[in-house]
Design a protein around this ligand. Structure first.
Ligand SMILES: Nc1ncnc2c1ncn2[C@@H]1O[C@H](COP(=O)(O)OP(=O)(O)OP(=O)(O)O)[C@@H](O)[C@H]1O
Ligand SMILES: [Mg+2]
Length: 248
């Protein structure tokens, strides 16, 4: 569904992606891990066509993001942003239904509200939450609203950027399980970026580790602990000792 072919991207002298090649099959859940500043967000933005690679190609279902109708292209995606990124001035239901209230996915207002309430229910929130504002919610509830918004337009492809950052371990577990369930029931293709190894184990079919501008290791999540790859092993264990230099 998503293929990276030898993708390079630099910013001035700074080489970020230096030949990324990766396949994300339709209906599978790929989790991308890697240290801070290794280019995970750059890779994600490149899929959406928000950043254009210097060379190489990214295809989504055979289509290049940098060509053709970008609105139609983006309509196929849902995204859970790091930190929720809800609109403070809009009530919860209008956040969830944001894309259903405007643009190519526009629906009548009452229908958009009904869909929002149904999606809120799907993520474990009751209809009374619909008329609250984001500032009236806890962090975990905000994450759920962000998740409801990501799935509101029934996307074929969903991106999750750091879905559990800032949540306690139990709420992280709940959100991880919810993401896994939703991805399976929608049959969506998912790409998640995370530092949280519990998310990796809960969400991933496959894992890819980005390091030094390339995919250092990729494989099924079940092979992660016995990969024999020193970079991956160090990352999983969180050890300061190993080939990845920790900046102190
Ligand atoms: N638009 C941009 N212009 C210039 N440099 C950029 C731009 N976007 C990203 N970078 C640089 O690319 C590098 C990778 O950034 P990126 O945000 O992809 O890291 P990341 O792997 O997502 O890290 P983190 O885990 O901390 O979110 C960083 O050095 C960053 O400064
Ligand atoms: Mg990032």
């Amino acid at each position: 569904m998503i293929t990276f072919e030898n993708v390079h991207k630099s910013f001035g002298p700074k080489k970020v992606l230096q030949g990324v090649t990766l396949d994300i099959p339709r209906g599978e859940s790929m989790v991308i891990i890697g240290g801070s500043g290794t280019g995970k967000s750059v890779a994600l933005k490149s899929v959406l066509g928000l950043i254009t690679p210097d060379s190489g190609q990214i295809l989504v279902d055979g289509q290049d993001a940098t060509r053709g109708d970008h609105d139609a292209f983006l309509a196929r995606f849902g995204m859970l942003f790091q930190g929720g990124a809800l609109f403070d001035s809009l009530p919860v239901w209008q956040n969830v239904a944001f894309r259903l209230l405007r643009g190519s996915l526009k629906r009548p207002r009452s229908e958009a509200r009904e869909i929002a309430i149904e999606k809120l229910r799907r993520v474990g929130l009751t209809p009374d939450v619909a008329d609250l504002f984001p500032s009236e919610l806890s962090g975990g509830m905000q994450k759920r609203v962000g998740l409801a918004r990501a799935i509101a337009a029934d996307p074929e492809i969903i991106f999750f950027d750091e879905p559990t950052t800032g949540l306690d371990p139990i709420m992280s577990g709940v959100i991880n399980d919810l993401i896994r369930e939703i991805v399976v029931e929608m049959g969506a293709t998912a790409m998640t970026i995370t530092h949280d190894m519990s998310s990796v184990r809960a969400i991933a079919d496959k894992v890819a580790m980005l390091h030094d501008g390339v995919i250092q290791w990729t494989g099924p999540v079940a092979d992660m602990d016995t990969s024999g790859d020193p970079y991956l092993t160090q990352f999983i264990s969180g050890s300061a000792e190993g080939p990845i230099e920790a900046v102190r």
